[in-house]
Ligand binder design. Sequence first.
Ligand SMILES: NC(=O)c1ccc[n+]([C@@H]2O[C@H](COP(=O)([O-])OP(=O)(O)OC[C@H]3O[C@@H](n4cnc5c(N)ncnc54)[C@H](OP(=O)(O)O)[C@@H]3O)[C@@H](O)[C@H]2O)c1
Length: 258
Amino acid sequence: MKITIIGAGNMGGAIAQGLAKGRLVDVADITISDSSELRLQELQKEYPLMQVARDNQDAIREADIIILAVKPWLVKPVLETLSFHPGQILASIAAGVTFEQLVEAVGDAEMTMFRLVPNTAISQMESMTLIASRNATTEEEQFFVELFGEMGTAMLIQESQIAATTALTSCGIAYVLKYIQAAMQAGVEMGIYPKDAQKMVAQSVKGAAALLLNNEETHPSIEIDKVTTPGGITIKGINELEHAGFSSAIIRAMKASR
Ligand SMILES: NC(=O)c1ccc[n+]([C@@H]2O[C@H](COP(=O)([O-])OP(=O)(O)OC[C@H]3O[C@@H](n4cnc5c(N)ncnc54)[C@H](OP(=O)(O)O)[C@@H]3O)[C@@H](O)[C@H]2O)c1
């Protein structure tokens, strides 16, 4: 399986590194192209067997899968310069660029396409990646789930769900970081050094996530109930959060990001 990534920026570079660390694709079968020589050199220094290219058409010539990782406004101009072989699969990570727009840019309604929504934790192999497909077989869908599952967790969704799920995952990661930042600010005011506060809060967030991810039977309410002793300090804090509109603020933020 040969994979070409067009765009070696934050996301494209992280996907190339993630694929290279995974077991489903040989490093020598990964090609990455970018307009910046420096980014390509950095990747090749880390993975000498990875192929790099400055020309997108050369880069996709042998590819089975082409992952497009340029900014959304560059998708159309980049695609219009490319010609694809029958059977090649196009996967775009560009936010907000629909299958309809991709079809228009490649001029082929029959082409198998994927829209992928990873988040920045892909650089840590901890992405929540959402996957929508067009004209794909079940085997092809499963391959993408496995491929991106190696870089965290991957889930198939409908294209119509992309906006809502992007809010929860791509934008949502920033809201979690905002919680961490605010909790750290409180810790510093109470006399904890910032670096220590960061470790304490980040590990607590990781722990909360593990409680949910490692037990499908549980739910946030169940886990909150375990730490809210009647008359205790946690319920006092939770009620303060609600008085300040915490749940409402999160719901509004998620809906605003759609
Ligand atoms: N950040 C996120 O959380 C996130 C999540 C999901 C999806 N996305 C999507 O990921 C895509 C990439 O975002 P990013 O943050 O990785 O952007 P980025 O860091 O700017 O990376 C894009 C890369 O593509 C290069 N490029 C520009 N024109 C090119 C061309 N014609 N051929 C080959 N390479 C070219 C850019 O080079 P220059 O800098 O030299 O132009 C840059 O290195 C976006 O469409 C975004 O919507 C982002």
